[in-house]
Ligand binder design. Structure first.
Ligand code: GTP
Ligand code: MG
Length: 305
């Protein structure tokens, strides 16, 4: 048996979580068109008869402006130590900058093999991808200061293009090892964590720009009644009063939509009928308040490490 950890890194919104979900064939990490969707490290586990591959999805790399941002940054920093491979994702719909290549080169100085993925090729023609491949090809050659990227692979997480190919390359990097997780598990996260993330995903989709970034989600209470219906009471934490009314929407419409969309996913996750209630609470500037962040479920010890 082979097994190992593979970290997925890159800027916000390049498709890291989509790629991880495509690699394991399950929806583990939430995905949205807004930057900074992923806030924590999320393991996605793929077990076959030959190997157990554990992908580590990370928040997008950005300059932190809040404590939550610092927390996310910490999640990224700690995620590359001792792993068996690193996948760095770039987005072909964006310009590739010197900062992007410098970011890749930084990881080429470490021990783990680095795979470079150019994602979203379905959204542009190959006439755009080729110049990028050329521009990045210098990374395939080792220098005195750093190693070389093992492969540069154009992918589409959306239509699965080259996802099998990438997975095959990564499987070759796995050392002999045990199953770190039970064979039927697809993530290290709890059901409760997944439920909160599902709510956040729907909120990200249904709310306009600035608001979703200021939202935190936590479970107030969860229990099964005698008919095995799961009752889930959820707090959505907003950072301003004005945000609260937007999240609730006229006549509660917005909140109802979030709840309705989330309920379907939560029912699938729990394999049970679900009764869900959402409450919106305001906690001024919670993204800078360690105590409230800890209440919402962020492991604040990470910031001390
Ligand atoms: N066209 C196209 N869109 C994609 C592809 N992969 C991801 N996307 C879209 O890009 C957006 C961001 O995807 P995510 O997977 O959330 O990106 P991420 O890198 O995890 O983002 P953060 O967690 O915010 O850092 C979503 O709207 C996805 O649907 C792809 O291969 N092609
Ligand atoms: Mg993500």
């Amino acid at each position: 048996m082979k097994s190992g950890f593979i970290t997925i890194l890159g800027r916000p919104n390049v498709g890291k979580s989509s790629l991880m979900n495509a690699l394991i064939g399950e929806k583990v990490s939430i995905v949205s068109p807004k930057a900074q969707t992923t806030r924590d490290r999320v393991n996605g586990i793929l077990t076959t008869k030959d190997y157990q591959m554990i992908f580590v999805d990370t928040p997008g790399v950005h300059k932190p402006k809040t404590r939550l941002g610092e927390y996310m940054d910490k999640c990224v920093r700690g995620a590359t130590e001792g792993v068996d491979a690193i996948v760095i994702v770039l987005d072909v719909t964006k310009r590739i900058s010197d900062a992007d290549t410098a970011f890749v080169e930084k990881y080429l100085k470490g021990d783990a093999p680095v795979y470079l993925v150019l994602n979203k090729v379905d959204a542009v023609g190959y006439d755009k991808v080729y110049p990028m491949l050329q521009r990045l090809s210098f990374l395939l050659t080792k220098t005195e200061e750093r190693g070389a990227v093992k492969e540069i692979i154009p992918t589409s997480a959306k239509n699965k293009r080259n996802v099998d190919l990438l997975r095959d390359y990564l499987a070759k990097e796995l050392p002999e090892g045990p199953c770190y997780y039970p064979v039927d598990e697809i993530t290290d996260k709890s059901e409760r964590y997944m439920i909160c993330e599902i709510i956040r995903e729907k909120a990200l989709m249904l709310l306009n720009d600035e608001i979703p970034h200021g939202i935190g989600v936590s479970i107030q209470n969860m229990y099964y009644d005698e008919r095995d219906v799961a009752h889930v009471l959820i707090d959505i934490v907003a950072e301003k009063d004005s945000h609260k009314s937007i999240i609730i929407g006229a006549g509660g419409e917005k909140l109802k939509m979030i709840a309705e969309r989330a309920r379907k996913d939560v029912e699938r996750l729990l394999d049970a009928k679900v009764y869900m209630e959402l409450f919106v609470k305001v906690r001024e500037d919670w993204r800078n308040d360690g105590l409230i962040m800890s209440d919402i479920g962020y492991d604040m010890k990470k910031l001390k490490k």
